[in-house]
Design a binder for this molecule. Sequence first.
Ligand code: ZN
Length: 246
Amino acid sequence: MATVLRPNIDHWQERVDLAAAFRWTARLDMHEGVANHYSVAVDDRHFLINPKNRHFSRVRASELVLCDALDEATMDRPDAPERTAWALHGALHRNKPDARCVLHVHSKYATVLACLEDSRLPPIDQNAMRFFDRMAIDTGFDGMGLDDEAERVSHAFGDKPILVMGNHGIMVTAPSVALAFDELYYLERACMVYVTALMTGQPLRIASDAVARKTMEQWLEQPDQAENHLAELKAILDAEDSDYAR
Ligand SMILES: [Zn+2]
């Protein structure tokens, strides 16, 4: 296994986990250009986020930018993150304290869901059932995620951990990087199956609410899975001598 350097930088574990999430998102082709953004809170007001204009496939742990969600001067810094990254994630970390890790992408299948007039994800397979009654749908898209729009989006979650951002993409929140990435991964897979099923033109076999809820609860009873998932991804990156953890 590759030797992972451990610079004397605060919040190193969060940095390494988030860098691995960026790398794997690129490998799954769920990224978009040098846009989209992931963040993780390190206390009640500070969070780490990707550096501006860095491709997901090249993000390194040591270069994640530490921001203060309450400090407007953040955008005056030479290392300021991308404008919508600061606005959307800053608003989330200010207004939704349980959102420790926030992942935002325009991945293909989740974004297709966000573009349908009805953006609900019906419980047609086991993966989709994981998200039963756990997603809010925002139908008020009003331009790029800046200022008022970012503030509005941060309140659109209600009590749900995941937001289908109508006409835009997806935003996932969770208590840890591992859990947030696992949620995002399975959501994209669920949306892929749903969109593909729609393309057949055949009627869908939709599970009952009771079965969907039971299956969702069974998913949530195995939080170790998310940790194991990310650990395996990091092991693959380490074996490839990736520099994500530097
Ligand atoms: Zn976006």
